[in-house]
Design a protein. Structure first.
Ligand code: ATP
Ligand code: MG
Ligand code: MG
Ligand code: MG
Length: 471
C-alpha cells in the first residue's frame, strides 16, 4: 500500500472495519460534559461513560481517528514541541476499542497484524513493553511470535495508563519501533532520546480510579488503544522525525517561504519552524472547535500556544503578523478529513490575526527589556533570572511565563522560582489590601486584576514545577 498520511489514516479505519468495528467520527477537542479534562487527550475520552458501564452503544467495537491536544492537564507536551522529534500539541490518535467484547488476545493480534502485515513494518525492529506483572500479555506476545528478548516489563509510569487523575485506567502494552543506531538515544524502549520510538499503546481497561485513588474494577474488561498518526506516518515512510514526513512537508515549506529560510539548514531555525508548524495546527483546530484566545482556561492555553508560535516567528526574523495567513495551509491540507475546518477558515484567520497584532505590541515593548535582562544575567556570571525581574516581565510587560522560561532555557539561564513566587504572593497581598479600600467604581477593575494574577500565577507554577524535562 501507499504510505502517505492520508492512505495510512484510511487503511487503519478499513482494517478495523473488516474486523467488525464501527467507524465513529472524532469528538471535538473540547470534551463534552467532563470536568476532569481541559482538552480531549485520547481517543477513549468520548467513550469514557461506556467503559464505566454508565452508557451503552449500538456497537461493542469501534474505530476512530481522534483529534487530540496535549497542552495542559495530566498529559502536557507543550514544552516538548520543537525539541523532540515525536511530540505535538495537536495530533491525530488512531484507536480501536472493545466495550466488554474482545480483550488482550485479539487486541494484541490486531495491533501486531496491522503494523507488520498491513503497514509492513519489519518485525525485527519491533519492541514490546508490558506492565510489570502482566504474565498473560507476555504469554500472548510470545504466542504470536515475538521473541522473549524483545519483550520488556515496565512500571506504572509507562505501562499503566490513565486519562486523568480519576476515571477509567488499566495496565497497558506498547509497540515500539527501533529506528536504528543513526538516531541518538537508548536502544531499548522508554529510554533516553528518540531512537526507539513508542508508536502504539494497547490499554487493557480494567479499573475506574476514584477521587480517593482506589482502583475499582470496571463492569467488563475492555480495550482502548491509541497510536499517533504522525509517528506511524514517519516510521512507515522511513523518516526519523515526524516533521520529515509528507504530513508536515507542505506546512514547513510554507513557513520557510514566509521566513526566507529552508527547513533542514540550521538547527536553531528548524526548531522555530517545527514549533510554528505544530502550533499552527493546534491554533486552527482549536479555533475551528470554538476556542478563542482569552485570559483563562482553554482560551489561555490557546493564547500561550499562539504567542509561543509568534515569538518563534520573531526568532526567524518575521516582525509582521504571519500566522493568520498560514492557517490556510492547515485548512487546505486537513479540510478533507475534518469537515469543520473549511467553513471556519475565515474566522480562524481573523481571530489569529487579531491576537498576533496584540502580541506584537507586547513583544515590541517587552523583548528589548527581556534581552537586556538576559545579557546582564549572563555578564554577571550568575545565570539566574531573579524573581523580581521575572515578575516585572510577566506583570508589567504581559509576557507569558512559558515564553520567559523558554528564552532562558535557550541561553541556559535558570529561573528564580522561589523569588517569583514571593513576588506573586506580595502582589496578591497588595491586591487584597487595596481591595479593602477600593471605591465602588474601581472594584470591577481591581478584582479583574486580582483574578488575572491568580490564574496566570497558577499557570506559572505549573510550568515551573513541570516534570516535563526535555532532552
Ligand atoms: P510518549 O511516551 O512518547 O510521551 P505517551 O506514552 O505519553 O507517549 P500515550 O498516552 O500512551 O502516549 O498515547 C498513545 C499514543 O499517542 C502514543 O503511543 C503516541 O503514538 C501518541 N502520542 C502521545 N503523545 C503524543 C504527542 N504529544 N504527539 C504526538 N503523538 C503522541
Ligand atoms: Mg507522553
Ligand atoms: Mg510513553
Ligand atoms: Mg504510552
Amino acid at each position: 500500500m501507499s504510505q502517505s498520511v492520508n492512505d495510512l489514516r484510511r487503511a487503519f479505519i478499513q482494517y478495523f472495519e473488516q474486523q467488525g468495528h464501527r467507524a465513529v467520527p472524532s469528538a471535538p477537542l473540547i470534551p463534552q460534559a467532563d470536568p476532569t479534562l481541559l482538552f480531549t487527550n485520547a481517543g477513549m475520552n468520548q467513550f469514557k461513560r461506556v467503559f464505566l458501564g454508565e452508557e451503552t452503544r449500538a456497537y461493542n467495537r469501534a474505530v476512530t481517528v481522534q483529534k487530540c491536544l496535549r497542552a495542559g492537564g495530566k498529559h502536557n507536551d507543550l514544552e516538548n514541541v520543537g525539541y523532540t522529534r515525536r511530540h505535538h500539541t495537536f495530533f491525530e490518535m488512531l484507536g480501536n476499542f472493545s466495550f466488554g467484547d474482545y480483550f488482550k488476545e485479539e487486541a494484541i493480534r490486531f495491533g501486531w497484524e496491522f503494523l507488520t502485515s498491513v503497514v509492513g513494518l519489519s518485525k525485527d525492529r519491533m519492541w514490546i513493553t508490558i506492565f510489570r506483572e502482566d504474565d498473560e500479555a507476555d504469554r500472548l506476545w510470545q504466542k504470536i511470535g515475538v521473541s522473549p528478548s524483545r519483550i520488556v516489563r515496565c512500571g506504572e509510569k509507562d505501562n499503566f495508563w490513565q486519562m486523568a487523575d480519576t476515571g477509567p485506567c488499566g495496565p497497558c502494552s506498547e509497540l515500539h519501533f527501533d529506528q536504528g543506531p543513526s538516531v541518538p538515544g537508548d536502544a531499548t524502549p522508554n529510554g533516553e532520546g528518540d531512537r526507539v520510538i513508542e508508536i502504539w499503546n494497547l490499554v487493557f481497561m480494567q479499573f475506574n480510579r476514584d477521587s480517593a485513588g482506589t482502583l475499582n474494577p470496571l463492569p467488563k474488561p475492555s480495550i482502548d488503544t491509541g497510536m499517533g498518526l504522525e509517528r506511524l506516518t514517519a516510521v512507515a515512510q522511513g523518516r526519523l522525525s515526524n516533521y520529515d514526513s509528507d504530513l508536515f512537508a507542505p506546512l514547513l515549506a510554507a513557513i520557510g517561504t514566509r521566513a526566507g529560510a529552508q527547513y533542514g539548514a540550521v538547527e536553531q531555525a528548524d526548531r522555530s519552524m517545527r514549533v510554528i508548524a505544530d502550533h499552527l495546527r493546534a491554533i486552527t483546530f482549536l479555533m475551528a472547535d470554538g476556542v478563542l484566545p482569552s485570559n483563562e482556561g482553554r482560551g489561555y492555553v490557546l493564547r500561550r500556544i499562539l504567542r509561543r508560535a509568534a515569538r518563534h516567528g520573531r526568532l526567524l526574523g518575521i516582525t509582521e503578523p504571519f500566522l493568520h495567513e498560514l492557517t490556510a495551509t492547515v485548512v487546505e491540507q486537513m479540510g478533507e478529513a475534518y469537515h469543520e475546518l473549511r467553513p471556519a477558515a475565515g474566522t480562524v484567520a481573523e481571530a489569529t490575526r487579531g491576537e498576533e497584532e496584540r502580541f506584537i505590541a507586547t513583544l515590541d515593548q517587552g523583548l528589548p527589556i527581556l534581552n537586556d535582562m538576559l545579557t546582564k544575567v549572563r555578564a554577571s556570571g550568575q545565570n539566574m533570572l531573579s524573581g523580581t525581574e521575572i515578575f516585572k516581565l510577566y506583570d508589567t510587560y504581559g509576557f507569558p511565563m512559558d515564553l520567559i522560561a523558554e528564552a532562558c532555557r535557550e541561553q541556559d539561564i535558570r529561573l528564580d522560582e522561589t523569588g517569583f513566587e514571593a513576588a506573586i504572593e506580595e502582589q496578591r497581598t497588595r491586591a487584597r489590601k487595596t481591595g479593602g479600600f477600593e471605591s465602588e467604581t474601581a472594584r470591577p477593575a481591581l478584582s479583574e486584576v486580582a483574578a488575572r494574577v491568580g490564574t496566570t500565577a497558577f499557570v506559572g507554577y505549573d510550568h515551573l514545577n513541570s516534570e516535563g524535562v526535555v532532552q
